[in-house]
Write a protein that binds this ligand. Structure first.
Ligand code: MG
Length: 308
């Protein structure tokens, strides 16, 4: 096995990517309590909400209220997802309440059109403006490229195309590029090749982040493959919260506690207290009142001392 990173960074995306894609609308007070709890697990980056149009995504219509109410310790970065310049305008009204933004587009034309009703070229032009204005406001920018490993409508997405988009976004000022496996089409061999090529093309200039979905149960296998290519930044969701509308009923993000458990067992540091993270996932399960997809939430952490 190649030398693996000794430590990795994890961005917890459950409060945005998870809450947005669960069927229920979670009460603002419950969201705030869960975010405050996550912020005390040792995780250093949390995607807390999104400034998408409230009439389109009712689950996150309380972005202002959530930002105003959360109590996140110093040193934990609060990230918000920004769909376009209108969203940035709304977010900047509360500029002092977050630290980073995330922006997104899809690598495939069809997925981008279905998701944001724009061509990829139109999205890139819009993001150029968003990124420039965010940087003027002193915000760090992550740009996530959805369908980086395959598209449910178009099938193959050429890696050269994905890396061209990544280079464009890096040149526009994104400090971090996230590669999203939006509908769980990636396999480990593809992932290792992808991150090796991405590091060669971009690695010195930007942080490269893996955003895997567990749609077909391959999320953690893909993490190992990315680790082997040197990737040291991951996004995941506590409780495995968050589905994906394509295919209908499919799961989404990998569970943060499954990711942290695997990394710690491998001797790779995350800075996260697994027991505290499991407590947060348990609290989310109690709020939703049903079983969640996370494995470690069910099984508990690995114990190496003899029982009894
Ligand atoms: Mg996701």
């Amino acid at each position: 096995m190649a030398a693996l990173p000794r430590s990795v960074e994890i961005r917890e995306v459950g409060p945005r990517d998870g809450f947005q894609n669960e069927p229920e609308i979670i009460a603002t007070a419950d969201k705030v309590a869960l975010i405050d709890r996550l912020a005390r697990t040792g995780v250093k980056r949390i995607e807390v909400t999104s400034f998408v149009r409230p009439d389109v995504i009712a689950q996150l219509a309380d972005a202002r209220e959530v930002l105003a109410a959360i109590d996140v310790p110093e040193g934990v970065a609060r990230s918000v997802l920004i769909p376009n310049e209108r969203g940035l305008d709304r977010a900047l009204e509360q500029r002092d309440r977050f630290d980073e933004i995330g922006v997104f587009l899809s690598a495939s034309e069809t997925h981008n059109r279905r998701n944001v009703n724009r061509s990829v070229g139109e999205s890139l032009a819009g993001l150029d403006a968003v990124i420039a204005r965010a940087r003027e406001a002193g915000l760090r920018v992550e740009a996530v490229i959805s369908t980086s490993f395959g598209c449910p409508y178009e099938g193959v997405v050429e890696r050269g195309r994905v890396l061209d988009i990544a280079r464009h976004l890096a040149n526009a000022g994104a400090a971090e590029i996230g590669f999203g496996d939006t509908t769980g089409m990636a396999n480990p061999r593809q992932v290792t090749e992808h991150f090796e090529e991405a590091a060669a093309a971009l690695g010195d200039h930007v942080q490269l982040t893996a955003h895997f979905h567990n749609t077909r149960g391959q999320g953690l296998a893909n993490v190992l493959a990315a680790l082997q290519a040197g990737c040291a930044s991951y996004e995941s969701s506590f409780g495995e919260l968050g589905g994906c509308p394509v295919p209908p009923g499919a799961t989404g993000n990998i569970a943060s506690e499954d990711l942290v458990s695997m990394l710690h067992e491998m001797g790779i540091a995350t800075g996260i207290d697994l027991a505290a993270l499991l407590g947060a996932a348990r609290a989310a399960r109690d709020v939703l009142g049903r079983p969640l997809g996370s494995h470690t939430l069910v099984a508990g952490p690995v114990r190496w001392e003899p029982a009894g």
